[in-house]
Design a protein around this ligand. Structure first.
Ligand code: HEM
Length: 230
């Protein structure tokens, strides 16, 4: 599906919302939760690495990768490389972010993979990896047969957007779950920290909605040949 609207101006709103979401998660983890550390006697600082890397990596850089064909006025081949490199960075940050929370659970003797958040999160990162490898092999190297590429492209777009929605659902559930833990331990439901975290979810959802909007729109007239099938 391609809606006839020029997405280019909307990509600026996407960048703005992405930077805002990153600033909010950093203020939360550094100012309210005491900071980030891989090796510290205070293991909660290791947990804090998880939301920061997941939001910066899979959500924001992954979203920027999705809209890279619409946000850069560059040659199509250059945009293809930007697309796959940004997705690779997102995937690596996501893997390190999930590793951090497994490490945190193991050091604190907390069970692994018991929540819906963790199940949808694991499914999302596995499918993200599968999508990246298929995209690389089909569209980059060695590259599929042209007829197969043409058939694969709409599936790549559809599957990519579905996986991205799973990523965003995982992030939102993660914020919600952590807020529930903190509120059970006495955090004020109408306090500044609760508002900050809940509004980080709001900004994340707006960011993701605009990413999807940019992905399914293209200028009404064929102003650029960048939008032609690969
Ligand atoms: C795309 C984003 C995310 C993915 C793919 C993801 C994935 C995961 C996975 C796989 C686990 C299980 C670790 C284990 O069982 O040892 C986990 C745990 C956890 N995550 Fe996330 N996460 C994401 C974002 C977030 C965010 C933004 C938060 C916000 C604080 C968060 C909070 C938590 C919490 C509290 C746990 C421990 C409880 C549990 O296992 O459900 N996550 N995450």
């Amino acid at each position: 599906m391609d809606v006839g609207v020029n997405p280019f101006p909307i990509t600026f709103a996407v960048h703005f919302l992405g930077i805002t979401a990153i600033a909010m998660v950093l203020v939360w983890t550094i100012h309210y939760l005491g900071g980030l550390a891989w090796n510290s006697p205070d293991k909660s600082l290791l947990f804090n690495v998880h939301p920061v890397l997941m939001l910066i990596g899979l959500v924001v850089i992954g979203g920027e990768a999705i809209i890279s064909y619409k946000s850069f006025p560059l040659e199509k081949e250059v945009k293809k490389v930007i697309h796959l490199v940004l997705h690779a960075i997102a995937l690596v940050l996501g893997i390190v972010g999930i590793y951090a929370v497994f490490l945190f659970h193991n050091e604190k003797h907390i069970a692994n993979l018991y929540s819906f958040h963790s199940w949808i999160g694991i499914a999302a990162i596995v499918l993200y990896g599968v999508q990246w490898i298929y995209g690389f092999v089909m569209f980059m190297y060695p590259g599929g047969d042209p007829a197969l590429r043409r058939v694969s492209l709409p599936w790549h777009i559809l599957f990519g957007l579905l996986v991205y929605m799973m990523v965003v659902a995982a992030a939102i559930l993660g914020f919600l779950e952590k807020m529930t833990f903190l509120e059970e331990s006495g955090l004020a439901k109408f306090g500044s920290e609760a508002y900050l975290v809940n509004f980080t979810s709001v900004v994340t959802v707006l960011f993701a909605a605009l990413v999807v909007f940019c992905a399914i729109t293209k200028p009404p007239a064929p102003a650029f040949d960048d939008y032609a099938p690969i």
